[in-house]
Design a binder for this molecule. Sequence first.
Ligand code: ZN
Length: 471
Amino acid sequence: MKLIFYLVFALPLVVFAEPNKSAIHYEVSVGDSLKALKISVCFDHALPPILFANDGSSTFVNNIRSNTGRVLDIEVDRINIPAEESARCIFYDVLLQPRNRGEQRGGAETRLIEGRDMLTSIGDWLLRPRSTSEYAQFDINFTMPKGTYVSSPWRRIGETSFVGFNTPVEWEAIVTFSSREPDTISVSGSIFEISVMGEFERTPVADMSRWVRQSAEGVSALMGFFPRSRVQVVISPSDRGNSIVPWAYITRGGGAAIHVFVKRDASLEQLLWDFSLPHEMSHFMFPHIDSRDYWIIEGLPTYLQHLSMVKGGAITFQESWSRLYKGFLSGEKLGRGFTVVESMRRLTRRGTYLHVYWGGAAYFFQRDVDLRMRSEGALTLLDILVKYHECCYDEYQSISGNDLLADLDVLLGDDLFTRRKLIEIETEDFPDFRTTFKSLGIQFLGNKPVFEQNLSNGLASQIMSPVGFDR
Ligand SMILES: [Zn+2]
């Protein structure tokens, strides 16, 4: 919606610059095996000095030449284009080498699911110039084998055509080639394109879409809209362990995407009870944070997943308080005398993840309660996030954690976010969630929340309030 607003009102002023016109044009022909690609990329203006991929791509990319006949080489992760090259197009072939064994544990990768559905990491095959105003946007068209479908995080303009923003080359994205047509749903005006890879035992595709819908409704109810207008959701089967969602991550390359691995025999009921999808969706409440402030990056979704799951009707408010309390206890316990910031620096050590994630969650919980307390419920953390989306959220730029907190402070007209960070994240071992629960009139018997009626200021039920969707 925001983009449409921008187009309508800004167009007369910038008609000569044409910022929303693609200057890069890709044609991708996908072979029957889904592994062999023939790609052409043409530029409206001069070729950029360098085209980038990831550092494994030199193994997959070959036969690179320009339309003037010049033969080019890929060096590790890039093609250097000679300054005197007058061509406008580069052609190259790709032979993907998908993984097909083991389980994924990391960001985007090229992987073949059940011998027929392909996940591709664009870093393996999509050679791109650095993101500058000259190369801000591309269009891409696929020629697919009969009976196969393509999905991407980019804006869909046809069955096999997309327009993408040329985000930083380091930002990952997944493009799928699949035998199953993606399902598209709309939630609060945002489009979710859902691609289910492989086969599941108990959850038909329609139930997967229902899971996505219900999760998105809960997250949308936090701010009144979903933080991104278009989201690609890829669901792949997993045979690892007992966890319902053993692995999930988001990507931001060219647009928003979520990739979830789901236990092959998971039921819809189990999926709705799981926090992973609402958590991943909540990552888009903030833009890309490039300062490795994992306490912010993971802390906000870890807090908000509880609120959105109650809003969407996935769990009760009692269950949600109980999960939040258990999480804080586990995070605090694993701190072992370190501050959250110190734990973040030793993140790879076992256990410190929980201290960092839950420490961040407790910080955002406390800010939410601070704001509600001082305004008697009139102002919440979510209101500040809405303001942030209206003024400052940029889908295609990174921001540092400190700058983000400073922006929130400006919107609030106070130094609350920065000041409390110094105390709770950098000085003390863990945010003092016990006092915060007490101020809300919540005690815990074991993990069970008990609400003190005479102490209640109504804020506890305001925080964990179901919306009551008509389903
Ligand atoms: Zn996360």
